[in-house]
Ligand binder design. Structure first.
Ligand code: 4AD
Ligand code: MG
Length: 479
């Protein structure tokens, strides 16, 4: 008999049919009720065993975590809790799981701490929470490709190994085949990267943007969706050393078009998850409600997870400039009461505490901040007419802070060359990039969405390590 997935059985139950399901036992109660899960849905199927007809040795092997194949007839359920169940005619043990050893794992069905679950990231897929998170992670990824494909964008694969530091922050992982114990040296004692694999120093990419721009200036509209690496030593709940980023880039778009695109795109993803991931979302919603209750009153979210998603989908994002945001912050209560840890002054970068104040206390909705001081943003952002600010934008989300960073790009060769000089970037290194400004340059704009931050938002998970299968953070590259 051909195996049928539990999701298919439950979404279209054909009472009276003989079926075969395969999966992992979540629990086995009273030598009679098997709860089986195969990953196709958060829901388990109940299989009812007539233990008197089953061999005792076989019964013993039906334990939490074991893999079994169950054949039987689908019937209407006698008990509450499920509409249908399987009347078992045969159980085949596919893979045993030692009950004593299971006790030490996250598969033991009880509440585990997030830290313990992370230590067993190889097994946490077997839990309801992580099953739901990774099914939704997949759906977010699919929604992103669908959005851009339907709008006529081309998916561009930009290099992972690169010599350029797009963001200019210098937080890169070196890629080298030189022997670190005895690297060849130049005359002045520096490591001689001309003898390295690529004949020069290269790193893992911090962004595919510069290469995406080259594509956009011929293909019109492109997007990247790939792994991104940052060697910043930020041990926070929002930073990974290896994360995924989506970077659309569009010829002829200005900053306003860029903001409109971002808002439409983010709302599309949220709506896709609301429409297509109802069971997983309901589970995470209930989980989030419990988590909120365990927090102090003033830190609780007034809205449930599902309400938060509906709110983002249905309401306009608040748009204001950096300069206006500084004014709002300087009029705020925490500023006047000296509650902010970091300085609030024009020209100084905003910190997470300021961003979260704007989103969570002042406007209570997603915020797009634009037109930041040139000094605190990357070299490629387009200079505004005031000569002080650039056409940058950051999207700030409740509970997350910055989720998107983007800008209109500097398309004027002369201005861009001057920016390179201001930022100490050697023109020769970026000659390929400057070429697009030499030959038929046009206004263009794009942004980068932090994929894991988006998954955090739609799943309600509060730590970024819990929305990527195997997180890489400082001092941690397990699995
Ligand atoms: O703001 P960032 O640094 O922007 C860029 O890299 C631009 N090149 C994007 C573009 O215009 N094409 O990063 C974009 C987003 C951030 O808003 C954040 O969501 C995410 O990437 N991000 C991180 N996510 C997880 N861990 C980290 N260490 C991250 N650093 C940035
Ligand atoms: Mg940024």
């Amino acid at each position: 008999m051909k195996r049928i997935k539990i999701a298919d059985v439950l979404s279209n139950p054909k009472v009276g049919d003989s079926i075969l399901v395969k999966g992992w036992v979540r629990s086995f109660r009273a030598n009679r009720f098997v709860a089986l899960n195969d990953g196709s849905t958060i829901k388990n199927i109940q299989a009812v065993v007539d233990f008197e007809n089953l061999d005792e040795a076989l019964l013993k092997r039906i334990t939490t975590g074991s893999a079994v194949g169950i054949t039987g007839v689908l019937v209407e359920s006698q008990g509450g809790g499920q509409a249908v169940e399987i009347e078992v005619s045969n159980i085949e043990i596919i893979g045993d799981a030692n009950p004593e050893e299971i006790q030490k794992t996250v598969m033991q069905p009880k509440r585990h701490s997030m830290e313990f679950l992370r230590e067993q990231a190889h097994l946490r897929f077997r839990t309801n929470t992580f099953g739901a998170v990774f099914r939704i992670r997949h759906a977010v990824s699919y929604a992103i490709h669908k959005y851009f494909n339907d709008a006529g964008y081309y998916y561009l694969h930009t290099p992972i190994i690169t010599g350029s530091d797009a963001e200019g922050a210098g937080e890169m992982f070196r890629v080298s085949t030189l022997d670190p114990a005895t690297p060849p040296l130049t005359e002045d004692g520096q490591v001689d990267y001309s003898q390295d694999f690529f004949g020069k120093a290269v790193n893992l990419t911090v962004s595919g943007q510069l290469e995406a721009e080259l594509g956009a200036l011929a293909l019109g509209q492109v997007y990247t969706f790939g792994p991104t690496f940052r060697a910043e030593n930020s041990n926070t709940s929002r930073h990974l050393a290896e994360f995924w980023m989506i970077e659309p880039e569009v010829a002829f778009n200005d900053l306003k078009d860029n903001m409109d695109l971002t808002e439409d795109f983010l709302k599309f993803i949220v709506n896709y998850i609301l429409t297509n991931c109802a069971d997983d979302l309901q589970f995470l919603n209930d989980r989030d409600v419990k988590e909120q209750q365990s927090k102090p009153q003033n830190e609780r979210n007034e809205l449930t997870l599902i309400e938060r998603l509906e709110f983002v989908r249905d309401n306009d994002f608040k748009r204001l400039t950096y300069t206006e945001a500084i004014e709002v912050l300087q009029r705020s209560k925490p500023y006047k009461k000296k509650k902010f840890k970091y300085e609030v002054a024009w020209g100084v970068d905003l910190h997470s505490e300021h961003e979260r104040y704007l989103v969570e206390k002042e406007f209570k909705c997603p915020v797009i901040l634009s037109d930041y001081p040139a000094e605190i943003k990357a070299f490629y952002m387009r200079q505004n007419d005031d000569d002080k600010t650039v056409a940058a934008m950051d999207v700030l989300f409740p509970g997350i802070g910055e989720i998107v960073g983007g800008s209109q790009r500097e398309e004027r060769l002369g201005v861009l060359k001057k920016k390179c000089a201001d930022f100490d970037i050697e023109e020769e290194e970026l000659d390929w990039y400057l070429d697009t400004r030499r030959f038929g340059t046009v206004p263009h704009a794009g942004f980068g969405l932090g994929f894991e931050r988006m998954v955090m938002f739609v799943t309600g998970m509060s730590n970024i390590r819990d929305v990527i299968p195997f997180p890489r953070t400082p001092q941690n590259a397990e699995f």
